[in-house]
Design a protein around this ligand. Structure first.
Ligand SMILES: [Zn+2]
Ligand SMILES: [Zn+2]
Length: 767
């Protein structure tokens, strides 16, 4: 096949540095040395066809969303430590497309009815045609049902510290959802409706607030009022901390996230969400930016951070080709600077639409400064642009990578950990691009990702890399049968590994976040390996032990506990399908095993060995749990000490915790802490009482407590209080229970209760 001609690129010295054809030796490289991408089970079938331009999105909390014609389908990846099944553990939920149509407000209904009447029978053929074929203005032509786009907020935006989900339907309803309970979705706010109300109040004026003179009987005005509120795409910013002045003139730090919505007329509408965001009514209109882009096609945040300097903007691409950054102005954010003018990244109107915009922060090896790499797909080319900011100003280098794909690029997805890009065309060819600096210029190392078995010949609708690039999810349907498209199409999601176990372990051991839950996708690779080989690889054991010797931190203990729990599953007697079978009588067994005596003796040995291993593992698990518990108890007691005055009763079972900790005589730190608290408590002992009979609740175990009348209460994993209510929270892996904060709890107890599960780092969710 002939290489596609190269589009006109900007004249700069970098032009010659960019390879236009993949080099011979590159095409044989594996994406990661020593790692062959492997397909994981299960293959997930979708109930309805795929919809939208970029249908796959992976959230930072390990949920994959797929836009379909009937709903937004969501798969949550879990590292289940209670199962010995080797396949991926995916919990499926969905947000259905609302059955009732979404109606936009554009003006008085009588005037609108008059306008509809006028234009549907207008004598000017071109105008009538324009009206009749516009699905937004004239929904009677038949709207498409389905999801247009979905976008996940950063981690930590909802009440339990997970992501918010923005969902846009093909009928242009933009709504925000969250899942308060496990496997349940709730609508928080309908932003299309909210913006419609706001526009009505403003009389559908532009940003300058000048009242409009034309009414709906003017076709251009009718079109303008629809297009100014028809969302095309939306993207969340990262979280920002700003100073808010209180009523008593003190300043408090408040966290927020912004949602930018790109409208069809090129307007950018920004909504502000104060965190944690729990009530849909609290969403605030933040700003309106008129970008002036006539045929917008895609949107992404440009976020730049250098030491204590921050800047941001919105990157907008157009159907006609150009690409630019619009400044965003934030007040009261520390170290925040605003761009003075829009930055043009590509100005030629060559009618190659800009799609899949991504922004990646990089360190420039020569300037020793942070810079931004912006990439986007344009047809079958990849456009890139490097923004270098120095004291001299901003430098823009741009170019195209050509010859990568012969068909249109459907997805461009980023592995932010190791800074690599994956591009994919409809024919399923995936290329890995790694940006590399040669002196001060930038090149891309190009590699072919080997074709994955059973996926060759299928048509790919999109790919998405998991948060830590352990997996790539592929959305596919049948390709051509002979020369014809198939009669019936089915759609499937496949999961393919991008990393080998050792690479995953390396990342896990040096993780800067020190949070196992954030590493779920990498952790799953390790879980798979342990289940497959029925052992924790010695090199992993060694590396972990050495790390633990260097720094005895809870994160590493949690990792250790996780490995032990997974391994424990491999020595569990199989709880397979034959549990219903009556166990054969001994004589029968003897009969059957005549002549197989040796085997029986061996398996008897194996059984004993397995039992020994099981007991050993169980002991190690308990030891790891006890270690984590003790560390957390000390932390809780430290907080109690700091926040209470002499002889004050807190609802935390302080005396019980001290007694529990003093059972180990070798813990000097605990001894000192206990001494301090005992002084403060002034010989008083406040005991917990049973809510049903007022009897004293003893502290015998960290998991639960029973009063003398036999009332059993579970203990909270975070505060060790007895959970004496009907509602409580459980962590995602179901290994612990936590109390819900009560309104009368002091702030410091509420803060203790905000923490994730102490044993596995996963969020605690109301059941
Ligand atoms: Zn009781
Ligand atoms: Zn847990």
């Amino acid at each position: 096949m002939a290489a596609p001609s190269q589009p006109e690129a900007a004249e700069d010295e970098l032009q010659n540095m960019i390879k236009t054809e993949p080099e011979e030796e590159d095409s044989h490289d594996l994406p990661i040395p020593g790692h062959v991408p492997t397909k994981r089970d299960p293959v997930v079938p979708l109930v309805s066809p795929v919809s939208g331009q970029q249908p796959l999105a992976w959230s930072p909390d390990h949920r994959l969303s797929v836009c379909t014609a009937s709903s937004l389908s969501i798969m949550e990846m879990l590292c289940d430590v209670r199962s010995n099944k080797q396949h991926l553990m995916l919990h499926r939920t969905s947000i259905p497309v609302p059955p009732e149509p979404c109606k936009m407000r554009v003006g008085p209904s009588a005037e609108l009815a008059q306008a509809m009447d006028k234009f549907s029978s207008h004598l000017d053929f071109t105008l009538r045609q324009a009206f009749l074929t516009d699905r937004v203005i004239n929904p009677s032509v038949g709207t498409h049902k389905g999801i247009k786009y979905a976008s996940w907020s950063p981690l930590g935006c909802d009440a339990v510290g997970r992501c918010l989900l923005a969902c846009l339907t093909l009928e242009n309803r933009l709504s925000i959802h969250h899942s308060k309970k496990h496997l349940e979705w709730n609508l928080l706010v309908d932003l299309t409706q909210k913006y419609g109300e706001l526009l009505k109040e403003r009389g559908y004026a532009r940003k300058d607030n000048k009242p409009t003179e034309a009414n709906l009987l003017n076709f251009e005005e009718l079109q303008r009022r629809f297009r100014m509120q028809t969302p095309l795409k939306m993207e969340w910013s990262s979280t920002y901390t700003f100073k808010q002045v209180q009523a008593d003139n003190t300043c408090v730090d408040v966290e927020m996230v912004l949602l930018a919505v790109l409208m069809e007329n090129g307007d950018l509408v920004l909504w502000k969400f104060l965190l944690p965001f729990t009530n849909g009514k609290d969403v605030l209109f933040f700003d309106l930016i008129e970008s002036g882009v006539t045929q917008p096609s895609d949107l992404a945040w440009w976020e730049y951070k250098s030491e204590d300097r921050q800047m941001s903007g919105l990157i907008i691409g157009s159907e006609e080709g150009p690409l630019k950054i619009m400044p965003v102005h934030l007040k009261n954010v520390k170290g925040y600077f605003t761009l003075r003018h829009p930055v043009i990244l590509w100005k030629e109107c060559d009618n190659i639409a800009v799609e899949n915009i991504q922004c990646i922060p990089l360190m420039h090896p020569v300037h020793k400064a942070s810079c931004s790499l912006i990439v986007a797909s344009r047809g079958c080319y990849i456009f890139w642009c490097l923004l270098v900011i120095s004291s001299a100003g901003m430098n823009v280098h741009n170019s195209h990578i050509t010859g990568l794909h012969s068909l249109s690029v459907v997805s461009l997805t980023v592995d932010r950990q190791s800074v690599a890009l994956y591009s994919c065309s409809t024919d399923g060819w995936i290329k890995k691009l790694t940006p590399m600096f040669q002196g001060s210029s930038l090149t891309f190392k190009q590699e072919d990702v080997p074709q994955i078995e059973n996926l060759t010949g299928r048509r790919i609708h999109g790919i998405a890399v998991s948060p830590n690039a352990a997996y790539v999810a592929l959305l596919s349907t049948q390709g051509l049968v002979g020369k014809h498209p198939p009669i019936n199409r089915t759609y499937q999601v496949h999961f393919v590994t991008l990393k080998a176990t050792d690479a995953a372990v390396e990342l896990l051991l040096k993780s800067p976040s020190q949070n196992l839950y954030k590493m779920t996708d990498l952790l799953d690779l390790v879980r798979w390996h342990v289940l497959k080989s029925s052992c924790i690889p010695p090199w992993l054991q060694q590396a972990l032990d050495q790390k633990l010797q260097e720094s005895d931190v809870p994160y590493l203990w949690r990792f250790k506990l996780f490995l032990l729990r997974v391994l424990y599953q491999t020595v569990q007697p199989s709880r397979g399908n034959d549990t219903w079978k009556p166990s054969p009588r001994e004589s029968q067994i003897a009969e059957e095993n005549k002549g197989e005596a040796v085997v029986t003796v061996e398996s008897e040995h194996a059984k004993v060995e397995r039992e020994r291993q099981r007991a050993e593992l169980q002991a190690s698990i308990l030891a790891a749990e006890a270690h984590l518990l003790r560390e957390n108890m000390k932390k809780v007691l430290g907080v109690v000490y700091l926040n209470t005055s002499i002889g004050q009763n807190t609802s935390i079972p302080t005396c019980g915790l001290m007694e529990y900790l003093s059972r180990d005589g070798n813990d000097r730190a605990a001894e000192v802490l206990i001494g301090h608290i005992k002084n403060k408590m002034n010989k008083q002992t406040f005991s917990e009482r049973c809510a049903l009979c007022q009897a004293v609740l003893p502290f015998t175990d960290h998991k639960d407590t029973t009063c003398e009348n036999g009332h059993l209460w579970p203990r909270c994993v975070l505060s060790y209080q007895a959970c004496q209510t009907l509602t409580f929270r459980r962590c995602l892996l179901l290994d612990s229970i936590a109390r819900l904060p009560e309104p009368e709890d002091p702030e410091w107890i509420k803060k203790i209760l905000q923490a994730p599960c102490m044993l596995c780092d996963s969020p605690l969710i109301e059941n």
